[in-house]
Design a protein around this ligand. Structure first.
Ligand SMILES: [Zn+2]
Length: 178
């Protein structure tokens, strides 16, 4: 998996940096970051049980979960924004699919519940963001999350995604001026 930084940059590539898909909403960037990282809330039940990786890369990393997550906003947001939230969530799945994964099962269960197969890109673009292996305790988990390896992984994400975000933002600005 990429870091929350990588996931957030990916999400802003999807939505654009400038404004909400409707009106002026100050909290839109917060929602973008939340939707970008929501799939990894699957760490929470494991953290509470002292085994942070127990449920990670489970059903929350599927297209079905993206749909359910987006539909949850259907009453609060206009349709355009709900579709945006869906694609932001999908960008998380794309990021994880493109990242190196050093612990089985490798990749993500993209088609859950219709298939239990795990999917991962044959060519990883992002380094793995370490968070302890299967069965690692909370101390190991925290130690690895704040490791030098992860700092480098974040650097790589910024190096790869930063220019893409800059190009996309420039393109959008030009188009909106026309
Ligand atoms: Zn993830």
């Amino acid at each position: 998996m990429p870091s929350p930084v990588g996931h957030s940059i990916l999400a802003f590539i999807v939505t654009g940096l400038r404004r909400a898909p409707y009106g002026r909403k100050r909290w839109w960037p917060v929602l973008v970051i939340f939707a970008a990282c929501a799939a990894d809330l699957d760490f929470l039940p494991g953290i509470l049980m002292g085994d942070p990786n127990r449920f990670h890369h489970g059903p929350s990393h599927s297209i079905t979960a993206a749909l359910v997550f987006a539909i949850a906003f259907a009453r609060a947001l206009p349709m355009r924004a709900v579709v945006g939230v869906f694609f932001i969530y999908l960008s998380h799945l794309l990021g994880d699919w493109l990242a190196a994964d050093t612990g089985a099962p490798f990749g993500i269960p993209l088609l859950w519940p219709f298939s239990s197969a795990y999917f991962i890109s044959p060519v990883p673009i992002f380094s793995n963001f370490e968070h302890g292996g299967a069965g690692a305790g909370l101390a190991d988990f925290i130690g690895q999350v704040f490791s030098g390896h992860n700092l480098l992984a974040i650097g790589l994400e910024i190096a790869v995604l930063g220019p893409v975000l800059w190009l996309v933002t420039r393109y959008r600005r030009r188009r909106s001026r026309r």
